[in-house]
Design a protein around this ligand. Sequence first.
Ligand SMILES: C[S@@+](CC[C@H](N)C(=O)[O-])C[C@H]1O[C@@H](n2cnc3c(N)ncnc32)[C@H](O)[C@@H]1O
Length: 430
Amino acid sequence: MVVIESLDQDGRGIAHADGKVVFIEGALTGERVTYSSYRKKPSYELARVDKILRQSFMRVQPKCVHFDMCGGCSMQHLDARAQVAVKQRILEDNLQRIGKVKAERILPPIYGETWGYRQRARLSVRHVLKKDKTLVGFHEKNSRYVADMQHCEILPSKIARLLPLLAQMNESLSIRDQLPQIELAVGEHVDVLVLRILQALSPADEVIIKKFADTHQVQFWLQTKGPETVVPFYPLDAPALNYSLPEFGITMPYAPTDFTQVNSTMNRLMMSRAMRLLAPQPGERIADFFCGLGNFTLPIARSGAQVMGVEGSATLVKRAAQNAAYNGLTANTSFSAMNLFEMTEEELAKLGRFDKWLVDPPRDGAMELVKSLGADAPKRIVYVSCNPATLARDAEVLVHLKGYTLKAAGVMNMFPHTSHVESIAWFERE
Ligand SMILES: C[S@@+](CC[C@H](N)C(=O)[O-])C[C@H]1O[C@@H](n2cnc3c(N)ncnc32)[C@H](O)[C@@H]1O
């Protein structure tokens, strides 16, 4: 029996027993539990909860019937507001422990819808011989197996209802063993499903897929190899895939395999917050590093500032430039493809002087970029992060080596019921 002291980054309860740390799935802070270990190492154990002897008042009944088995969510058993509090504590702990920094101000968390929010998802498809059926869904917890799910509470309800029907459709295809993945992109005017196919469709398969699209009002795209091979399949006259940022008068067309934020409501709220913190002004020169398809670049450009978007994917750089043109923002935007993990002081200097930076890296963070800051560094950096550990690591460089102050930081609940922590931090150099 142990008492849970806190939750870790993956939503597991942390306790101590026999001189070891024990990470217990399904247990919440303050709970007294018994557990069974499934991995034992010299300094720690991984375990699952057996019995809850004293229950947390924050515990709630998971909405999804597949919660115990599906790896798509890990925190549905914790009240949604308490999840945000946990994420905020994880952010503050990381900043303090890894970065040895403390924000002058903690920003109030940003919340959105907690159900049906996930407009992007990669669903696995497996025809399981032993069960003689197809499974479509996320992976099971800690497993490579596809979860046997009939429904999903975090996908938009229309798409969630299609999961068993997509499984049935796959059963009737000649290539049912050659279709490992369905990627979902819910736009404002069209719901796109990308079928990753390893073998060409037969004429009969085409008929089945077209009938499904007509019945359920979705558009299918096909992907034969890498993301660049994606092409619309049916119907070809569907509306374009896009999302909008009404506060900034911006519409973003995109391809279903492009990186876009998974939660469009939260994306709008995040954009408002980022623009308030960055406060771009006409006449300023601003960099948007890891710009993707221009999600931050174009709102910044709307202010009248000159913006350079820098991004590793040539496809996204091209899309960002097209989107700037689509929104009438070519005059004050430019884009460049560059591997930002290999940034050096010389390469950064070649980009010229910037007044401000917006940085939105992948989970690995932006270490080489922040290490490359020289004497001409911007006065303000707004850093959007999907990994508090790398944010904290980069914050240490910014604050302790590069002379910035961490003015504010806060969490944004981009991925409710999962352990992902999205956050934003504002650094200022006097
Ligand atoms: C978290 S996404 C942010 C994208 C964009 N800011 C948005 O909000 O849609 C991170 C971006 O970093 C890009 N990226 C990943 N590794 C990179 C690298 N080594 N150099 C430059 N960009 C990279 C990805 O292609 C992706 O577009």
